[in-house]
Design a binder for this molecule. Structure first.
Ligand code: TYD
Length: 138
């Protein structure tokens, strides 16, 4: 769908035993960047749509460590795909310059987000038309 680094589901190593589950996510190993920031989203109602932006620099991996949600990604050139996040040992990799909407949060959803960059509001594109213009070199 996207050039180069593509949107894709990732599966993380599990080292669970009779004591419980353990999932490992290491930068540059299980995700294709060094992790500089984490944040997590919970308590979003089922009818809420979050995200609704693209990032000029930041790559993300999103993991529903509890509950479920969906992520719709768009490349601004007419391609879109919906991914279900519903297992604590899987995540979605989002390269820079993809438009993302997160929605359909279950009541118990805890969406863990790993980011390749520190927060910088100026690298967020929050206007879809502007995003389309940029990816299409207008
Ligand atoms: P927002 O980007 O709208 O959240 P999401 O993409 O997860 O739906 O962020 C909500 C607010 O939090 C906004 O004012 C920016 C701020 N924020 C930070 O200060 N640092 C961060 O790392 C993030 C993700 C958001």
């Amino acid at each position: 769908m996207m050039d180069g680094k593509e949107v894709k589901m990732l599966e993380f190593p599990q080292k669970g035993d009779e004591r419980g589950h353990l999932v490992i996510v290491e930068g540059m190993k299980d995700v294709p960047f060094e992790i500089k920031r984490i944040f997590y989203i919970y308590g979003s109602d089922a009818n809420v749509v979050r995200g609704q932006h693209a990032n000029k620099k930041t790559e993300f991996v999103l993991i529903n460590v509890a509950g479920t949600s969906k992520v719709k990604v768009r490349d601004g050139k007419g391609n879109e795909a919906v991914f279900s996040l519903n297992r604590p040992h899987t995540g979605i990799y989002l390269p820079k310059m993809v438009w993302k909407d997160m929605y359909d949060f279950s009541e118990d959803s805890v969406l863990l987000c790993l980011a390749s960059e520190h927060y910088d509001a100026s690298e967020y594109i929050r206007d879809y038309d502007e995003f389309v213009d940029i990816v299409n070199d207008k």
